[in-house]
Design a protein around this ligand. Structure first.
Ligand SMILES: O=C(O)CCC(=O)C(=O)O
Length: 303
């Protein structure tokens, strides 16, 4: 794996747009006032502490095996629901940030997700993947990956394969060297060698943002110190682009996913395929029953 440093986005709007067109990604420093997201970081840290994973005084790994990170409730904190309410009411602090970053009016989807990288086992970081299997409409859809913790260069940050959005959708395969946290089985994702196993990344501070197109291959980088890395990921789209009929969040989203997982069990889908099925059904505003899940699962099993 080769890491190189992503330089900050040009301030000039035309140059910035050209860079985004070329690389499919940008690093925007100090984009979000960290105070606006402090409630989320504090509560997520508290959840990791209560789960025995973080030390009492700092966001550092306690040494306990991470197991199912979601079970610690990092995505269940009320501060996330409060932000969703503000997004619904059009008063959230991220909308103006997204507009500034993208140079045009944007809307923030209510699908917030906290990602953590815990240094328990390098195989358990987020596998290389594209988000275009889930965010597939035409339009200007962008991921904002907002650092919630201090991330030294290469220490648990996000690696981006700049320009890889121009490769189209790459195949997801079983990957040696990456394991599913819960089952221990090899995880599926994009073979890192498809993008030369070369990743751009940056040292980040809370409030710095990586913005990237859904087609850019990205991966979690394993923490090399005892730091736990936290980030908040949101999707934004141009205000003129269509939104899916429903975007589920929080416990409702998890209940829906659990039902899909149950109904899709006979089809042996990977985690990524399950996510894609859930995204398809959400996009269609579809109910969850055996027939719709089977049809969506079969679509995603086709080569
Ligand atoms: O933070 C991570 O480990 C993964 C982030 C990710 O996959 C995303 O933001 O789409």
């Amino acid at each position: 794996m080769e890491l190189s440093e992503l330089s900050s986005a040009p301030a000039d709007p035309t140059e910035r747009a050209l860079r985004y067109e070329r690389d499919g990604c940008l690093l925007v420093r100090d984009a979000v006032d960290p105070a606006q997201l402090e409630a989320i970081s504090t509560k997520v840290t508290a959840a990791l502490r209560a789960g025995g994973l973080a030390m009492a005084t700092e966001l550092r790994w306690s040494g306990a095996p991470a197991g199912d990170l979601e079970a610690t409730g990092i995505n269940d904190v009320p501060a996330l629901d409060e932000l969703v309410e503000r997004i619904d009411g059009g008063t959230d602090p991220l909308r103006p940030v997204a507009g500034d970053i993208c140079g045009k009016p944007m809307v923030v989807w209510r699908s917030l997700h906290v990602f953590a990288a815990v240094p328990d086992d390098p195989a358990h970081v987020t596998v290389p993947h594209q988000d275009n299997f889930a965010v597939r409409q035409d339009g200007d859809y962008r991921r904002l990956w907002i650092a919630l913790s201090e991330i030294p260069f290469g220490d648990g940050g996000l690696g981006l394969a700049a320009g890889s959005h121009r490769c189209g959708r790459l195949p997801n395969v079983e990957l040696s060297g990456f394991a599913d946290r819960n089952t221990g089985k090899p995880a599926t994702g994009i073979d890192p060698h498809q993008v030369g196993d070369r990743w751009q990344t940056a040292a980040m501070r809370p409030g710095d943002v990586l913005v990237f197109r859904p087609g850019v291959v990205h991966r979690g980088l394993p923490p090399v110190s005892d730091r736990i890395r936290l980030a908040l990921a949101v999707i934004v789209s141009a205000a003129t682009d269509p939104l899916p009929p429903m975007i589920y969040t929080g416990p409702e989203n998890r209940a829906r996913r659990a039902r899909i997982r149950e109904l899709a069990a006979p089809f042996g889908l990977s985690e990524l395929q399950l996510l894609a099925v859930a995204a398809d059904l959400n996009r269609a505003g579809a109910g969850i029953d055996a027939e719709t899940v089977q049809a969506a699962a079969e679509r995603h099993l086709r080569p």
